[in-house]
Design a protein around this ligand. Sequence first.
Ligand code: G3P
Ligand code: MG
Length: 379
Amino acid sequence: VKINLEISVITIHRSSFGIAFDIDGVILRGKDPIGGSPQALRRLYGDSGNLNVPFLFLTNGGGIPESRRASELSELLGVKILPSQGNAARADKLKGAIPKEKWFIDLVDLFDFQICYLYENQLIVATGKGEPAVVMSEYGFKKVVSLDEYASCFENIDPLAQYKKWTTKQGLDTSSHPLNTVPRFDVSSETVKAVFVVSDPVDWGRDIQILCDVLRCGGLPGQENGHQPQPPLYFAADDLEYQAAFPSKRLGMGAFRIALESVFNRIHYNPLEYVCFGKPNPFVFKNAEAMLKQLQPSYYSDIFKEPGDSGLPSFKTLYMIGDNPSVDVKGAQQAGHPWFSILTRTGVFRGKHNHAEFPADLASQTMKLSACCKLIFIN
Ligand code: G3P
Ligand code: MG
């Protein structure tokens, strides 16, 4: 009994914290692991391969269904990452997780049924790299078309299409998914009830053109008949810049939002209305905390379980390791206890000292992921 108790005490100590990792600029640059991320992640597993420290990824990137992203990450990082179910009933079976695609943390888990239900049988358009319509349909939206598909239903809607040498399906193995057969709905006469920018848009010019059409014509391009209310517009995130494979920062969804907004506001009498999800929205961090609780090793919750208790004790500390002060650090700050922000220098942030406006709880001179994890373990 004594030995078991000692083991439990050690385990309790080791499990009283959890970690949320940002991906771009912390774990990966493009598709390349950085900052010693594979080794750092391996340390979170025990010898048997079980998860010792609950962790998940909290990224504003997206466009791929969760299950596929999880296996892609598993392959790139050499550890087993499972798609998160975010479901307490299955918590003891989860060993590693990637959360529901960031912003949908808010939509699906918090406002969930209102939004899904609201648009259940109504036409929505989804845009962004990857497979935005597939992602949306996996979150319960029933009648969703990608902007690629939508555009193909309107002749001449993009006057520059003939000059474009690329095809939108390039490089994607999407042929087997039913949502990728075009067209599934006759959308040319149906009103679009909402627009979702799911991931970074690929063809900004076309997307700005068609989104302006949809948004200023009350959801039906080419039908300018009076003052139609703008359909709701949702952005998955609002990152102005992010770190990809190229050495300099790249323009993110926030930059696209600014471009769309600037154009729309010049051609329309009402300013563009929109909602942005993703980090730094505190809801994202609240949901991550709930998911991390479910990822705690089952023996940890068993020890603490009291009658009537959910069996999921609170964390002493939750570390948010990110590279973007105005997104990752700001988010953790706004979320408050038990979040503790750590800023790496492998991505967006390159400053010598801490960030002036959004100072992280920890930002040292040579901070890369492996060093951050070592510090966490020492503390
Ligand atoms: O497009 C992805 C980017 O905006 C941010 O990704 O992982 O740094 O939150 P991440
Ligand atoms: Mg990042």
